[in-house]
Design a protein. Structure first.
Length: 195
């Protein structure tokens, strides 16, 4: 999957973000066969509103309302508008550790019909700078759906980030499943560039 996020600063405390997916590929394997499909994925638009901290001090709080636009072809998306709000809270901890607590509420399309249901996401992220370039983080993540019959997702995620320049960063890591509902393992890599 290729899904860059474009950010534009509107004020000192607000930026607009657009996450586009120009290419997505899904492979499904079963005992009988293997099927794959690829193409354009959905688009997510959001605002990031800094409520407290503004990158200064030991505590920062932001508000991120978002909406998912159904730009994916039918087999890669559900064809419906969805949305929600995310509340990241970041604070400094002893020993040069940083902690992020991030609850989120989602309004999502039902799996089997045209109705909608609520969902709740929550993560705790702990990071530590290894030196002036490298940072390690580990987090626990869950998604709890309020749709009948859907089980919760749980993952343990670990990653390294490296500051290549003051304005460019790479990151790579792996997500591990903590229950049978979640894929056993997922690898990811990313590149961030500030202009």
């Amino acid at each position: 999957m290729l899904d860059p996020t474009l950010k534009l600063g509107l004020t000192n405390t607000i930026d607009a973000e657009l996450q586009v997916t120009p290419y997505e590929s899904v492979v499904t394997k079963s005992a009988a066969n293997t099927a794959s499909i690829s193409g354009i994925g959905d688009t997510i638009a959001r605002l990031k509103i800094n409520v407290l901290g503004d990158d200064h001090g030991p505590l920062a709080v932001a508000l991120l309302p978002y909406v998912k636009l159904p730009t994916a072809q039918s087999a890669l998306g559900n064809g419906r508008v969805e949305g929600g709000v995310i509340l990241p809270i970041s604070f400094s901890a002893p020993g040069n550790f940083s902690v992020i607590v991030m609850p989120a509420g989602d309004y999502l399309k039902d799996t089997a019909d045209s109705g909608y249901h609520g969902a709740f996401d929550f993560l705790i992220n702990v990071s530590h700078s290894l030196d002036h370039r490298w940072t390690f983080y580990s987090e626990v993540f869950t998604t709890q759906s309020f749709q009948a019959g859907q089980r919760a997702f749980y993952t343990l995620d670990e990653a390294l980030t490296c500051a290549l320049t003051p304005n460019m960063q790479i990151d790579f890591g792996r997500n591990f499943s903590l229950n049978s509902v979640t894929p056993r393992a997922q690898l990811f890599a990313g590149l961030s560039q500030r202009f």
